[in-house]
Structures are given as C-alpha cells and as structure tokens.
Ligand binder design. Structure first.
Ligand code: ARG
Length: 469
C-alpha cells in the first residue's frame, strides 16, 4: 500500500470519473492503489495492449490509423518508463490506468479508444500470465544450471564413499555421486511440474472483458496468436476470475523450496565439525562477530528459512481465492505481491545454490571413515549368507548376533576374525572380507538406480543425453 498523503485528488481525471460526484478519500485512494507494486508489469501490460489494438484495427473496430497511432504511442510510453522518465501516479491506481492515461496524453483522441472491448479485469489477468510465463522459463533455466553443477559434482565424486542414512543413523555405504543424483532427480520433478503448470498459465483471458465478453466483433484467436498464447480461455467468467495458475505455480515453487530446504539441512549438517563431510567455500559463508573461529553456512540456512515464506504465499493465495464468488473481485489485486516475492526468492535461491555447489569440497577421508563405522556393511554380510543358501530371515539373525559382538567389543564387522565370524555360521569363509569392504559394498549395488559408481556414471550420462535431446 502506498503511504497516503493529505491531498484529496479530484475525481476528474480518473478514467472512471463519470458517475462520481465526490472525490476519493485520500486514504482510500492510497489504500486501494496497486501501482507501487504492479508497475512491475508495465512491459506485459503494453505488450497486451499492442496486441489488443492491432486486433481491433484488423477487425475494423478501430481505423488502421488509430491502431498504428496507439501502437506507436504505447512503444513511446514504454521507452519513457525504461528511461526512468515516467511519473507514476497513485490517483491513477494501477499500472493499467497509468499507461493508458500517459498514452492518451501523448497521442490524444485515439488513446481513448484503446480500452474498447476490454476491461481491466481481462487485462490484469493477461498481464500476470504473460509475466509469469516468462518467469517460469527463467526459473526452469535456473534449475537446469543448478542441475548441471550437480552433474559435474556427481561425476567428480562418483567413487567417493559416504555413509547413507535412514533415521539419521548410518544405514549402508553409498557414493556421494549417488547422493547428488538424488538431488538432481528432485529438481527434475520440479522442472517438470513448472512445465506442466506453464501450459495452464499460457491461456489468454483477453476478450472476456469485464466478465461477460464484449459486443464488438473481436478475434480472440488472432490476439492469442500475437501474444504467443496457446489459446483463448473458453469461458469469460472463468477467464477473469481464475487464479488457479498462480496457486499452481506457487505450489510448484513451494515444493521446489521444500527440496532446497532439505538440501540445505544436509549441507548444514555435513559442513559441521561433527560430520565434516564437505567444506563450503569461504565466499559462501560468513563469520561471527564474537566467536573468531566461526565459519557459518549462512547461505543454506537462509534458503532453508526462505522456504517458510513461500509456503506462506501458497497458503495466502489459497485463502485469497476460497471465498470469492465469480467473477472478478478486487481481492484479486492481492495476488501480485506474493507472486512477485515467490519468483524473486526462488530465482535468488536457485542462483546462489548453482554458484555454491561448484565450489563444494568433499572431505573424502572423513566420509569414508564415517561410512566404516556403524556396521554399514551388515546387510552385505546377510546377503552373502543368502548366497550361501541361508534364508534371509535366518541370515538377518546371524548377522545381528555378529553386530552385537562388535558393539560389545567396539569393533566393526571387518575387524572380527574369521574364527569369530565362523562362530556365527559355518557357511562363512575367508572370501567374506571382500563383501565387508566399503568399495565392495557400493560396487555390488550395480543395477539401474543403485549406488554403484558405474551406475552413478550411467545415470549422469542418461541425464546429460536427456538434456541434450
Ligand atoms: N489493480 C487491479 C488488480 O490488480 C486491476 C483490475 C481492476 N479491476 C477493477 N474492476 N477494479 O486486480
């Protein structure tokens, strides 16, 4: 909301002044205005208006000369805005009336004809869709850039052994490359969700006018073509009141942010002294003003924190829409700030992550040492016994007993002697030690989706081939 001034502006001068006899209350004027934030849409507003005017002229609703004057005038307005030579007016409420008024000031009579067969209701919905369509493309590219950084890291660390966790307890050895490829897959779904959502963003409301359509012989398919929309919206009431596309986008963004928040949590843990698995570059960390030794993972912490506001925007938009009768209501003006904030923060988080992941250093020895603890190859021993003819449930019991001995004595399975191991099962032979090694354990999970270095490399190759296709 704009900070209200003391001035009461005359109603005269407002594009809708005709039926009013008293001026707008100064506070109400500022309270209802959206130009402070929706001016951000000016380019899309002008793009939509040029297409609309072109269609009106083509249909003979405006003369050719008027159509051309309007388009040239709109381009001049755009140039002025871009040159910083444009005074935005609060009394003119929003970006739409600011642009239209400036047009009329610049070209006179013809400017007043631009709004023929149109309403701000179909106009604003069109502007937001044009803007969001472009932002979705930018965000999808930013995801790809982040994924490329992950592919490089996964390739570099395809053989690096680390502990895999369940319940944050050491479970089985995995490769760091495999872990990075899990993040890659999560992002791949985010990209796909956004592409799917884009299809429903890319539908044109123009022509719905206020809510019921218009009495002029408009050609909506032509306007849609000019604006690169897949098609005009089917129903005029739905066209002006639908904000599903905004909710859907924010839902996809919320899931993406939830993923980034999980990545952040892992990086924060991994870069702690207790884990010591990775080191983040100094350029992505900050120090403490009191504790000289500190190097804090602020970037992942902030990204984890930002997920909260995006979840909030999703809830905000759902709540914004839930009680609205058809068709347009002024409530809808409240859709913009959460959308803008979502886009800005998602882009920021993706950029910082893509940049940061290029500079992550893996502390391979620390990860290997951690994987060697916690009996991470116990399942491998059970599988070994199964290969020697023992039923898996019995094998599980046998290995459980061996682990209990190791826990009592503070030794890992590979540190038990062959005699000790054979005490649990006669089927155990000296070849058992190969399955108890970390490298043997990861290499053995050699099937599609498994953690074996060869499979990680194959997954990277498939991902690269997919993105090149
Ligand atoms: N600023 C308004 C919005 O963001 C534009 C549409 C206004 N329409 C109206 N009938 N008052 O939704």
């Amino acid at each position: 909301m704009h900070q209200p001034s003391q001035t009461t502006f005359a109603v005269v001068g407002k594009p809708w002044a005709g039926r009013f006899s008293a001026p707008t209350d100064a506070f109400v004027e500022a309270f209802t205005a959206s130009v402070d934030f929706d001016r951000r849409l000016y380019r899309y507003d002008i793009q939509g208006s040029i297409a609309h005017a072109t269609m009106l002229a083509r249909q003979g609703i405006l003369s050719q000369a008027e159509g051309e004057q309007i388009c040239a005038g709109l381009m001049a307005v755009r140039a002025r805005i871009e040159a910083g030579d444009f005074v935005w007016s609060i009394p003119l409420e929003d970006v739409h009336m600011n642009v239209e008024t400036a047009l009329t000031e610049a070209i006179g009579e013809a400017g007043k004809r631009l709004h023929t067969g149109r309403s701000r209701n179909d106009q604003v919905a069109t502007d937001v869709r044009l803007w969001l369509r472009e932002e979705i493309d930018t965000i999808r590219d930013a995801i790809t850039r982040f994924q490329d950084a992950l592919l490089d890291l996964a390739e570099r660390e395809a053989d690096t052994v680390m502990p895999g966790f369940t319940h944050l307890q050491v479970a089985q050895p995995i490769t760091f490359g495999h872990h990075m490829m899990a993040w890659f897959e999560m992002l791949e779904r985010d990209r796909a969700r956004l592409a799917d959502c884009r299809g429903r963003v890319n539908v044109m409301p123009l022509g719905a006018a206020a809510l019921a359509g218009t009495t002029y012989p408009i050609d909506r398919a032509f306007t849609a073509d000019l604006l690169g929309f897949a098609r005009p919206a089917e129903n005029s009431l739905d066209a002006v009141s639908d904000r599903d596309f905004a909710i859907e986008f924010t839902a996809a963004a919320a899931i993406l942010m939830m993923h980034l928040s999980r990545f952040s949590e892992e990086l924060i843990l991994w870069s702690s002294a207790q884990f010591g698995f990775v080191e983040l570059s100094d350029s992505f960390c900050t120090g403490s003003s009191i504790m000289p030794q500190k190097k804090n993972p602020d970037v992942p912490e902030l990204v984890r924190g930002k997920s909260g506001r995006i979840f909030g925007h999703l809830m905000g938009l759902l709540t914004l829409m839930k009680g609205q009768p058809l068709a347009y209501n002024k409530d809808n003006q409240e859709d913009k700030e959460p959308l803008f904030d979502t886009v800005d923060n998602v882009k920021g988080c993706l950029k910082v992550y893509a940049d940061m992941m290029v500079h992550v250093t893996c502390r391979r020895e620390r990860m290997r040492a951690a994987a060697a603890q916690g009996f991470s190859t116990a399942t491998d021993l059970a599988d070994y016994l199964v290969r020697k003819g023992i039923a898996f449930r019995d094998a599980h019991e046998i290995v459980g007993q061996a682990v209990a001995l190791g826990v009592r004595e503070g030794r890992d399975l590979a540190q038990l002697s062959i005699e000790e191991l054979r005490g649990f099962s006669e089927r155990i032979e000296p070849d058992v030690y190969t399955v108890l090694t970390l490298d043997g354990s990861v290499a053995a999970r050699d099937h599609l989706g498994g953690t074996a270095p060869a499979q990680v490399r194959a997954a990277i190759a498939r991902a690269r081939a997919r993105s090149a296709a």
